[in-house]
Design a binder for this molecule. Structure first.
Ligand SMILES: [Mg+2]
Length: 228
């Protein structure tokens, strides 16, 4: 008789699954601000343009972009048209990826945490909502292949967080049950979706808090992991 079945709820965590934007990078709000400054548009205009397009197109163009169903050029053309109409002047919305990434920096505290987790024999994967054309941009920010054994990118798999299918696909790829994984994301809705599938989750709000929660859940010695 097997007294230690594979799927006991308090099974030891064997894999950390991390989000990219806003967790392994500086806050995205700075990048949105840079994009708005560059296009000389007011802060609320991006959200309003997306809402108007979602209404008129019947689907959110940002989600289409992130699921790889829309090219970045098509997204920017659509946004330029909508912003021009909303602001009643010509708005040229371009080089979105370049502008966005110029204002984004690696979050060394979280990158160190991934390294520490790996040193402690825990595996690591990346699960990102991203844009197909941005792959060279985000990959150049951190040593992705050194840190992660698996990358699941929404733009290449055709679905995005918080769709349960993208978490299920990630579990399939790493060949682990949800109980053996820990997920970290800066969007609560993404953490909630992971929890519904039985994946323990840390909602990243700031680096010190996320590091402390991950240390606790993985039973790592916090002091040993401190870099500064
Ligand atoms: Mg994020």
């Amino acid at each position: 008789m097997d007294l230690m079945p594979e799927d006991v709820p308090n099974r030891r965590i064997e894999m950390l699954i991390s989000d990219f934007g806003g967790v392994l990078t500086s806050p995205l709000v700075q990048s949105f601000a840079a994009v708005q400054d560059d296009a000389d548009i007011p802060p609320e205009s991006l959200g309003l343009a997306l809402a108007a397009l979602t209404e008129s197109e019947g689907k959110n163009p940002l989600f289409e972009l992130e699921c790889g169903r829309m090219a970045e050029s098509e997204f920017m053309a659509m946004m330029s048209r909508q912003l021009s109409e909303d602001l009643e002047r010509e708005v040229e919305f371009r080089d979105l990826g370049e502008r966005f990434f110029e204002a984004l920096h690696p979050n060394e505290g979280m990158i160190d945490l991934i390294r520490e987790v790996r040193r402690n024999g825990i595996r690591a994967a990346l699960l990102t909502n991203n844009v197909r054309e941005w792959e060279p941009l985000w990959r150049s920010m951190l040593p992705v292949d050194e840190l992660f054994e698996t990358v699941v990118d929404s733009a290449f798999v055709g679905c995005r967080k918080p769709d349960p299918r993208i978490y299920e696909l990630t579990l399939e790829r790493v060949e682990l049950p949800p109980e053996a994984c820990l997920f970290v994301d800066d969007m609560e809705v993404n953490c909630e979706a992971a929890r519904e599938l039985g994946i323990r989750s840390v909602h990243f709000r700031e680096t010190a808090q996320a590091r402390a929660e991950v240390h606790q859940l993985l039973e790592l010695d916090a002091a040993a992991g401190e870099t500064t």
